[in-house]
Design a protein around this ligand. Structure first.
Ligand SMILES: NC(=O)c1ccc[n+]([C@@H]2O[C@H](COP(=O)([O-])OP(=O)(O)OC[C@H]3O[C@@H](n4cnc5c(N)ncnc54)[C@H](O)[C@@H]3O)[C@@H](O)[C@H]2O)c1
Ligand SMILES: N[C@H](CO)Cc1c[nH]c[nH+]1
Ligand SMILES: [Zn+2]
Length: 425
C-alpha cells in the first residue's frame, strides 16, 4: 500500500474515498433483472439463480427443520462453537434489551398525550454466506427482531451442497421462525414479494455483498428495508502513540470480507503511516483469502493517508463516515467528541473491530458507503413503529379552539373548524 497525503488527493481520489459505492452501481441493472424474475416467476427463478450463482441444485427451499437439527447435533456433541454462539447471543440480547423503548403518557392542562411502540408483524433477515459463513450476522439480524417482539422472523441464507451447520445453528439459536436457503439478490426479492415457498415480510434487513445491497435498494419502497449495509469498511484514526501492527491488523481484518471492502488508515504521523503500509504488505503475504484481501487493499476507496494534523484527520473521518471507526490515539475521547459520522466507534488499542463483529453485543449490521451521515445501525427500533395517542377534556379543547379554527380557516378547511365548534356549542 502506498502512503498518500490527504492534502494532495486529487478530486477523483477524494471522490473514490468519499463517494465509494463498493461496486453496487455497476450491478444495479443485473440485479433489477433478477428481482423482476423472482417477482414474476417465484420459486422457479429462485432455483435457477441458485444454480447459476451458487452452483447448487436446491431441493427444498425451506430448511427450518435442518436448522433445528444442526443446532441439536452441535448441542449433543457439546460443540464449543455452539458455546461461543450462545455467549455472543447473550451479549447481543442484553445490549439490545436496553434499547426497548417504554410507552409513555403525560397529562397537562386537560391534555393527555403519549407515544406507544409496537413491533412489525413479519421481518426477514438476510444472513450472508457466499465467500465466508456468517453465523454472527444471524445473531445480529434476528435477535433485535425477537427482542422487539416481531411475531414472525424469517431468514434467508445462500444455498450450499453442505449447508454450514454453525450458521444454521446460530439462526436457530437466535430464534428465527423460518429459514430458507436462498442467497443474493434473489433472496431479497423473495422476502420482498414472496414466492410459493418464501413468505413475504414487511421489512427486509441485513448485510450482504454488492448484489444483496443493490437488491435492497431496488425493492425499497415496495417493502421497508433497514438501510444499505454493503461490503465492510474500516477507518482507523491514529496518532503517533498507535501501534502500526494493530492498525494494519484492523485493515487486514475488514479487507478479508470482500474484494469490494474499503479499508483506510489516517494519521498525522508520517512514520506511523509508513510503518502501517509496511505492516499491511507483510500481512497480506501467505494468508488465507489473500486474493480478496489484496483486491480490497487495492480498491480506490482504500489507503494509508497522512494528514497535516489530527484536526485534518478528524475532518477526513467526518467526511468518510465509516461503517467502523477505530480510534487509536492518546486522547481518543477528545477525538470522539469531534466525530458525529460513524456506524460504530472502537476506542483504544484493545478494542479491535472483531470484538464488535462477534461478541461484545452492539450490532455489527451497520451503514456503509457514508450512510452513517444519515442513519445508525440495526437496532430494536428497526423493528418497531410508533403511534401517538391523544385525549383532550372539554376545557382543553376550549383552550385550543381558537388556534385550531384559525389554522383550519387559513387552510380553507371549514369542516375541520366545524368539528371543533360543534363540541363546544
Ligand atoms: N455492512 C455490514 O453491516 C456487514 C455485516 C456483515 C457482512 N457484511 C458484508 O457482507 C458480505 C458478504 O458477502 P458474501 O459474498 O460472502 O455473501 P453474500 O451472502 O452477501 O452473497 C452471496 C450471494 O451473492 C450472489 N452472487 C455471487 N456472485 C454473483 C453474480 N455474479 N451475480 C449475481 N449474484 C451473485 C449469490 O447469489 C450468492 O448467494 C461482505 O461484503 C461483507 O463485507 C457487511
Ligand atoms: N465486519 C462485519 C460488518 O461489516 C461483520 C462481521 C461478521 N463476521 C465478521 N465480521
Ligand atoms: Zn468483520
Amino acid at each position: 500500500m502506498n502512503v498518500r497525503a490527504v492534502a494532495d488527493l486529487s478530486p477523483a481520489e477524494r471522490r473514490a474515498l468519499f463517494e465509494r459505492d463498493a461496486g453496487i452501481e455497476a450491478v444495479r441493472g443485473d440485479v433489477e433483472g433478477i428481482v423482476d424474475r423472482v417477482r414474476e416467476e417465484g420459486d422457479v427463478a429462485v432455483r435457477e439463480f441458485a444454480e447459476e450463482f451458487d452452483g447448487v441444485a436446491v431441493g427444498n427451499l425451506d430448511i427450518t427443520d435442518e436448522a433445528a437439527r444442526a443446532h441439536a447435533e452441535l448441542e449433543d456433541a457439546d460443540d464449543p462453537t455452539l458455546e461461543a454462539i450462545r455467549e455472543a447471543a447473550d451479549n447481543v440480547r442484553t445490549f439490545h434489551e436496553r434499547q426497548r423503548p417504554e410507552d409513555w403518557r403525560e397529562s397537562f392542562a386537560g391534555r393527555e398525550l403519549g407515544r406507544r411502540f409496537r413491533p412489525i408483524d413479519r421481518a426477514g433477515a438476510y444472513v450472508p454466506g457466499g465467500a465466508a459463513a456468517y453465523p454472527s450476522s444471524a445473531l445480529m439480524g434476528v435477535i433485535p427482531a425477537v427482542v422487539a417482539g416481531v411475531d414472525h422472523v424469517s431468514v434467508t441464507t445462500p444455498p450450499a451442497d453442505d449447508p454450514n451447520p454453525v450458521t444454521l445453528a446460530a439462526i436457530h439459536e437466535a430464534g428465527a421462525d423460518a429459514v430458507y436457503q436462498v442467497g443474493g439478490a434473489q433472496a431479497i426479492a423473495a422476502l420482498a414479494y414472496g414466492t410459493e415457498t418464501v413468505t413475504t415480510v414487511e421489512k427486509v434487513v441485513g448485510p450482504g455483498n454488492k448484489w444483496v445491497t443493490a437488491a435492497k435498494a431496488a425493492v425499497q419502497g415496495d417493502v421497508e428495508i433497514d438501510f444499505l449495509a454493503g461490503p465492510s469498511e474500516v477507518l482507523v484514526l491514529a496518532d503517533d502513540t498507535a501501534d502500526p501492527e494493530y492498525v494494519a491488523a484492523e485493515l487486514l481484518a475488514q479487507a478479508e470480507h470482500d474484494p469490494d471492502a474499503s479499508v483506510v488508515a489516517v494519521t498525522d504521523d508520517a512514520d506511523l503511516a509508513d510503518a502501517v503500509a509496511e505492516a499491511v504488505e507483510a500481512g497480506v503475504a501467505d494468508r488465507e483469502r489473500a486474493e480478496t484481501v489484496r483486491a480490497a487493499l487495492e480498491n480506490d476507496a482504500s489507503g494509508v493517508l497522512r494528514a497535516r494534523s489530527m484536526s485534518e484527520a478528524v475532518l477526513f473521518a467526518e467526511e468518510y463516515a465509516a461503517e467502523h471507526l477505530s480510534i487509536m490515539a492518546d486522547d481518543d475521547e477528545a477525538l470522539l467528541d469531534r466525530i458525529t459520522n460513524a456506524g460504530s466507534v472502537f476506542l483504544g488499542p484493545y478494542s479491535p473491530v472483531a470484538a464488535g463483529d462477534y461478541a461484545t453485543g452492539p450490532n455489527h449490521v451497520l451503514p456503509t458507503n457514508g450512510g452513517a451521515k444519515r442513519y445508525g445501525g440495526l437496532s430494536v427500533d428497526t423493528f418497531l413503529r410508533s403511534s401517538t395517542v391523544q385525549r383532550l377534556d372539554r376545557d382543553a379543547l376550549d383552550d385550543l379552539s381558537e388556534t385550531i379554527t384559525t389554522l383550519a380557516e387559513a387552510e380553507g378547511l371549514e369542516a375541520h373548524a366545524e368539528s371543533v365548534r360543534k363540541r363546544l356549542e
